[in-house]
Design a protein around this ligand. Structure first.
Ligand code: ZN
Length: 146
């Protein structure tokens, strides 16, 4: 499996915190979001396209053995990349076709590769859903909040 620049990030259903907005105060989230968008300098940190609508996105790592959901970093992404990352949500209410095209374009991938990557993401998701309770590690936040 290739290591794609833009990939799906499916948060396990059993995670208490699927996003930082539920952990932080709105003032902290606002400061974090502004900080990350300023770092991005008007360009999506994944695909590199200029965007005036960058959105802060949390990237998590899952240590299944120890049941730890760990924050890796927060990035500023364009709406098109965000739609790919949250492909489940996008397929329910968004334009799946546009997300498929964006995945293939950013990664230089074929449709078959897109399907394979999605299959892998769904498989990871199902397996991680078996973990009854994840512990949260958000120590990476200190680099943003000071
Ligand atoms: Zn992007």
């Amino acid at each position: 499996m290739k290591d794609y620049k833009l990939n799906f990030e499916l948060v396990p259903d059993s995670c208490w915190y699927s996003n930082l907005r539920s952990v932080l105060t709105s003032a902290q989230w606002g400061a974090l979001s502004r900080h990350v968008r300023a770092l991005a300098g008007g360009r999506c940190m994944i695909c590199g396209q200029p965007s005036s609508r960058l959105e802060a996105h949390e990237q998590w790592e899952y240590d299944e053995k120890n049941a730890v959901q760990k924050l890796v970093r927060v990035v500023a992404v364009c709406p098109a990349c965000h739609a790919v990352i949250h492909i489940g949500r996008t397929s329910l209410k968004g334009d799946l076709r546009a997300a498929e095209d964006h995945f293939m374009q950013v990664n230089g991938a074929s449709y078959a590769e897109y399907r394979a990557a999605l299959g892998k993401a769904n498989e990871d998701h199902r397996r991680r859903n078996q973990v009854p309770e994840w512990k949260l590690d958000i120590s990476a936040l200190s680099q943003y909040l000071g």
